[in-house]
Design a binder for this molecule. Structure first.
Ligand code: HEC
Length: 190
């Protein structure tokens, strides 16, 4: 095909396209638009709130105070073998990787003079109440940011109750079990 023929053909095609476009435009102007209240084909999109919802605050430990009275001290001692890698549990026992834990329930935090605590624990204040032990042992690094206790934590409430009941027994005069009021207060806080 020579150049002229090709040009004619191209012009023809172009004109055709233009005519069709003009036709569509005219029809657009002349014909009344149909306004649909709805999409002709409704598109169902499930409403998801989770995508935009604020991230949940880290969940604290489940309550254990109510479990302590019937906790299994022997099971707690068994679980405590993991703690023994870093802690001594006897009266006057030495600081190891971590501080001595004899008579720790209700003792002031960071009380072991022979142990160099992290700043976080040294400045934490308060006592190792049942409630604090529960939260700390659940996820140590989440509850006390900056602690140097490299231990993932004890997931199950039953296991924490057993360990805490065992810790309580490591004393010449174990502190009282939680009162009904303390148990109720813990339940309403969580
Ligand atoms: C890998 C070592 C390691 C393991 C395992 C470990 N701890 Fe610790 N623990 C530490 C260290 C280190 C500290 C001091 C933390 C600091 O200074 O921030 C500590 C601190 C503590 C304290 C605070 C004591 C105080 O004097 O204030 C308690 C209570 C405690 N641990 C209980 C436990 C229990 C119970 C277990 C077992 C379920 C356990 N730890 C397992 C290393 C460990």
């Amino acid at each position: 095909m020579d150049e002229l023929k090709f040009n004619k053909l191209a012009a023809g095609v172009l004109c055709g396209v233009l005519l069709i476009m003009a036709g569509i435009k005219t029809a657009d102007v002349l014909l009344p638009h149909q306004h649909l209240d709805q999409n002709a084909y409704p598109i169902e999109v499930a409403e998801t709130t989770s995508a935009t919802a604020a991230p949940e605050a880290p969940k604290g430990a489940d309550p254990v105070l109510a479990l302590l009275a019937s906790a299994d001290i022997a099971a707690g001692e068994k679980l405590g073998k993991k703690c023994a890698a870093c802690h001594s549990f006897n009266d006057g026992g030495p600081a190891k990787v971590g501080p001595n834990l004899w008579n720790i329930v209700n003792a002031p935090a960071a009380r072991d003079g022979g142990f160099k605590y992290s700043t976080a624990m040294a400045e934490m204040g308060g006592e190792w109440s049942y409630g604090n032990l529960n939260q700390f042992l659940y996820k140590p690094k989440q509850w006390l940011k900056g602690t140097k206790m490299n231990y993932a934590g004890i997931k199950k409430a039953n296991d924490r109750a057993d360990v805490i009941a065992w810790l309580r027994s490591l004393s010449s005069a174990p502190v009282a079990l939680p009162s009904d009021e303390e148990i109720a207060a813990e339940a309403s806080n969580s």
